[in-house]
Design a protein around this ligand. Structure first.
Ligand code: ADP
Ligand code: MG
Length: 382
């Protein structure tokens, strides 16, 4: 069982008694602005309804005891953080390390989640932000969403050893219900962008998982750095569409195409946030379609399964736009669909994709959810 009740039940079964706080940290989907975050650029994600829940009780000592449904139990001491020995709990240990373990108190916590793992909906960042909220709550600290996102990103980069930008942790910590969020990955400036009620976001899991993604990711990053260096700027964020012709003379063909994606994607992302501001969902959908083509042809991070899903989606009634989302090479696509067509859309795409592919699709209609929060037990609001 997932959700708030599932986490409380697991807590009681594992640790006995009652938790004193319940934390919710949502997954996220990026609507547009892909592979722009590590180029100091713009992204436009939103938090989703699927979430990781953590029921916890603080302890008087420096022991952290964890149980996660389907993942097993792990205990560790804040006095002796050893890296790399505890599997999934490394995400929580990394947060303790990045926050400064000396300042923290122990707790026991039970975790449940309905965010699919490894699908690109950022179950890892949800776990990190849940952990950051748990340490904050158990140690009587103030919750600072942006600072905590930076701590969680450092845990993932330096403790777990996964190279990622700031988008996932920051949207999970700061999201507002019914809004996507334009994030400036250089300044960490946040601008909410309203999602009208007459459109739904549909997440389309291709049933494939990314492979070779680490080396491909490193390769894309270095091509972007090469292009920025050739242009004499610190990041591709500093270039505009007009600079692309000049860049062609300064760098190699591959770096040029990678840069063309990033530069055009930054422009599309800003344009997309403005479109939401004025309620122009038709234009927003076109920008999603353009983003997919650019990721497929210039950045080359799509896959046959993602292209198939996006092609089918684009063909269906009520679909305003669709694209791959996340790092690529598998995982999910995302579609913007008229709310009154969403149920039919899900049925049709599931049928057509299953027929055309050997992979099992999953389609979820979701809404823009609020960011992570902690509630003391007894507080009935969710
Ligand atoms: P994603 O795209 O979902 O973030 P990652 O590979 O980055 O995929 O992270 C998935 C990993 O995060 C899992 O293998 C596991 O170690 C950890 N994780 C995520 N959610 C949970 C959870 N609810 N309980 C335990 N571990 C989790
Ligand atoms: Mg992850």
């Amino acid at each position: 069982m997932t959700g708030r009740g599932g986490a409380i039940d697991l807590f009681t079964a594992r640790f006995g008694g009652e938790p004193d706080a319940i934390i919710r940290a949502p997954g996220r989907v990026n609507l547009i602005g892909e592979h722009t975050d590590y180029n100091d650029g713009f992204v436009l994600p939103m938090a989703i309804e699927q979430a990781t829940w953590l029921a916890l009780r603080s302890r008087d000592d420096r022991i952290v005891r964890l149980a996660s449904e389907g993942h097993g139990d792990v205990d560790f001491s804040l006095d002796n953080l050893v890296r790399g020995i505890d599997g999934w709990a490394e995400y929580i240990k990394g947060v303790a390390w990045a926050k400064g373990a000396a300042q923290l108190r122990g707790w026991e916590g039970a975790i449940t989640s309905d965010i699919p793992i490894g699908a690109g909906l950022s179950s890892s960042a949800a776990l990190e932000i849940a952990g950051a909220l748990a340490f904050t709550s158990a140690s009587g600290q103030e919750w600072d969403p942006t600072a905590s996102a930076l701590v969680a990103q450092r845990a993932e980069n330096e403790w777990v050893g996964v190279s990622c930008g700031i988008m996932d942790q920051l949207i999970i910590a700061t999201a507002e219900a019914e809004n996507a969020m334009l994030i400036d990955c250089r300044s960490l400036g946040l601008t909410p962008a309203p999602l009208p009620g007459d459109v739904a976001i549909v997440i389309l899991d291709t049933g494939t998982r990314r492979e070779l993604a680490d080396s491909e990711y490193a390769d894309r990053r270095s091509a972007c750095e090469r292009a920025a260096e050739a242009a004499g700027v610190s990041a591709l964020r500093d270039l505009s569409i007009d600079d692309i012709a000049g860049l062609a003379l300064a760098t190699d063909e591959t770096a040029l195409r990678r840069a063309r994606h990033v530069i055009s994607e930054n422009a599309r992302t800003i344009d997309a946030a403005s479109a939401l501001e004025v309620g122009d969902v038709g234009h927003f959908g076109e920008l999603m379609n353009d983003s997919h083509r650019s990721l497929r042809d210039d950045f080359e991070v799509s896959s046959d399964a993602l292209d198939l899903m996006v092609d089918i989606a684009s063909d269906l009634g009520g679909c305003l736009g669709a694209r791959m989302t996340g790092a690529g090479f598998g995982g999910c696509a995302v579609a913007l669909v008229r709310t009154n067509s969403a149920a039919q859309f899900v049925e049709e795409i599931t049928h057509r994709y299953s027929t055309a592919s050997s992979n099992e699709p999953h389609a979820y209609v979701t809404r823009a959810a609020a960011g992570a929060n902690a509630r003391q037990r007894g507080d009935r609001t969710t």
